[in-house]
Design a protein around this ligand. Sequence first.
Ligand SMILES: [Zn+2]
Length: 149
Amino acid sequence: MIDKRSDQVISTLLLKVQPTFANLLIELKKHFQEKGVECKYICGTRTYAEQDALYAKGRTAPGAIVTKARGGESNHNFGIAVDVGLFLPDGRYLEDTPFYRDVGKIVATFPTLEWGGNWKFVDEPHIQWKTGLTLAEMRERVAAKKSVA
Ligand SMILES: [Zn+2]
């Protein structure tokens, strides 16, 4: 059973990748239910403008820096990436927990997906479709109205 927030996140992704992310979430939920933890998708696709606004935080806008990516520099700008959130039953968000490594193990069973926990700049909540393309190549495809997946 997919919750409302996750369903909304999945709907922001490219149609081609939606079923895989839905299946992954079902596996994640099954795994975490036994541990008394709730797993949801909390972030999906952001437009370039939304990404620029996020980039401004802590630089030209108030708040702390939350990203090093401007519009077109994040995998979230191409409809192929989600971030997972883990929550306690009372709704509290688990920011830093070894449980995110469980996410990596389950993502590893999906050959078309990759996990941000394996990157040089570790990003454990992050999961994305393997496009085999660089960010620059994805930007070109989007500009040419071609799909990246
Ligand atoms: Zn992410």
